[in-house]
Design a protein around this ligand. Structure first.
Ligand code: C2E
Ligand code: CA
Ligand code: CA
Length: 416
């Protein structure tokens, strides 16, 4: 409809330009639905508008070509380097209302302009950069125009390097991969007055630099690498359990399991396989799941949980209070412990309503025989609140920060 060439022609144009070192500007445009009188309209209208806008953009000047990309997106390609003024012209065109069968239509768009740089040097990086741009666009329907600068390219490349490393970790699938570093945060039992468990927390080592999970868990969940990370973490945790078992007095080490993995019907086999290969008791390993895991694919999640539970593995509900809590579902699934997210604790301290909610939640869960853990306890105020409100376990900087798993034994008592 738009008369644009497709993404293969776009690739060819890019490759040719790279080969002959020609300067270029690309403006990536993502069109959302059309809107008229506050109502979204159909595909035909969207196509009609796209075609009209493309023609206008190509008419700005000679040498501008538009390629159509998947997902109602377009790439404007030109060898002129005047990125800012071109983006401005395109913005004006996109924002002009347009008439279709007697109604005035407007379009919503997100666009990003970029040009040659030292990072986006091949097709793979080009498309990866486009994915990066899509992630940078705001999630609302507001129009948005990003003019990329050096720091955007560098930021992209840093994430790209992480993504490549994750893919390599997944492909090698070495359960002892040294790039995956296992930290653990000891967890304090109020009743026993000692550390009884610990949570395994992942970090990556990229060329000597430590990378924290906020930088890569999201990427790993989207490029299919998260399961490899869980398996490697589990294996490293099992090694340590094997080493500490009998010598130190502790209950278990918990491993975070991603939402996405729980929908794989075969998950339990792989996890149990790793535990068995390490010859440790299943009860020494526990898994933490977030509530979103349950929304994804309830049947698969339930079945994985039940099989693992029957094998002696206990589950913690992680980050309670950050999602849309479904108490009924939580109570019917085999959870042993509820981990209250730190945001709940901090709110309860400043807000009487929240405080009441926390108090009644604690009562409900306790009546159901659940164990309660609170996260993010950093100071005396947090600590007193947690103790007074009947929490059983405390995790937080006040008691212990995450440490490399090799140092975990310093926190557990020696067994007799
Ligand atoms: P999480 O599961 O809620 O883990 C607790 C996070 O809170 C950890 O951050 C920990 O260092 C931090 N924390 C502990 N005590 C305190 C405190 O007193 N105050 C504050 N402000 N923070 C505290 P970390 O290690 O950066 O991990 C962040 C998140 O990344 C984790 O949140 C978890 O969702 C994810 N993650 C970590 N390791 C893994 C893993 O092996 N697999 C998966 N799938 N996700 C992981
Ligand atoms: Ca966790
Ligand atoms: Ca948590």
């Amino acid at each position: 409809v738009t008369g644009c060439q497709n993404e293969h022609s776009f690739e060819t144009r890019f490759i040719d330009n790279m080969r002959i070192h020609r300067k270029f500007t690309i403006i990536y445009i993502k069109l959302a639905g059309t809107i008229a009188d506050g109502h979204y309209h159909d595909k035909k209208q969207t196509e009609f508008i796209a075609a009209a806008k493309c023609q206008k953009i190509e008419a700005i000047k000679h040498g501008i070509h538009i390629y159509s990309l998947p997902g109602n997106a377009y790439a404007v390609f030109t060898n002129s380097r005047n990125m800012v003024s071109l983006a401005g012209r395109i913005k004006t065109i996109l924002e002009e209302p347009i008439e279709y069968n007697g109604i005035i239509l407007e379009i919503h768009y997100k666009m990003a302009a970029f040009n040659n740089n030292t990072y986006i040097t091949d097709i793979t990086k080009l498309f990866s950069f486009i994915t990066y741009l899509n992630g940078k666009f705001s999630q609302d329907i507001e129009n948005q125009c990003i003019i990329c600068e050096e720091n955007d390219y560098a930021d992209f490349f840093y994430l790209y390097k992480i993504e490549c490393m994750l893919a390599d970790i997944r492909n090698k699938m070495d359960l002892n991969d040294e790039r995956v570093i296992c930290y653990t945060q000891p967890i304090y039992s109020i009743e026993q007055g000692t550390f009884r468990t610990a949570e395994a927390l992942i970090r990556l080592n990229m060329d000597g630099e430590t990378i924290y999970p906020d930088k890569f868990i999201n990427i790993a969940e989207h490029n299919g690498c998260i399961h490899a990370l869980t398996c490697i973490m589990l294996n490293k945790v099992c090694h340590t359990i094997k080493k500490l078992e009998g010598k130190y007095d502790f209950d278990a080490i918990t491993v975070n399991c991603s939402t996405i993995e729980m929908s794989d019907n075969n998950l339990h086999n792989e996890l149990l396989g790793i535990i068995k290969d390490n010859h440790i008791e299943c009860s020494k390993v526990r898994f933490e799941l977030t509530e979103s895991a349950m929304i994804n694919d309830h049947d698969a999640v339930t079945s994985n949980m039940e099989i693992l539970h029957n094998a002696g593995i206990r589950f913690y509900l992680d980050d309670f209070g950050t999602g849309y809590s479904n108490l009924e579902r939580i109570i019917t699934l085999p959870f042993m412990t509820i981990k209250f997210d730190k945001s709940i604790l901090y709110k309860a301290l400043n807000d009487e309503d929240m405080n009441e909610i926390v108090s009644s939640m604690v009562n409900i869960f306790k009546k159901k025989g659940l164990v309660l853990l609170v996260e993010g306890v950093e100071n005396d105020e947090h600590n007193e609140y947690s103790i007074q409100h009947g929490f059983d376990y405390i995790q937080g900087y006040k008691y212990a920060r995450p440490v490399p798993i090799a140092e975990l034994e310093e926190y557990f008592e020696v067994s007799f």
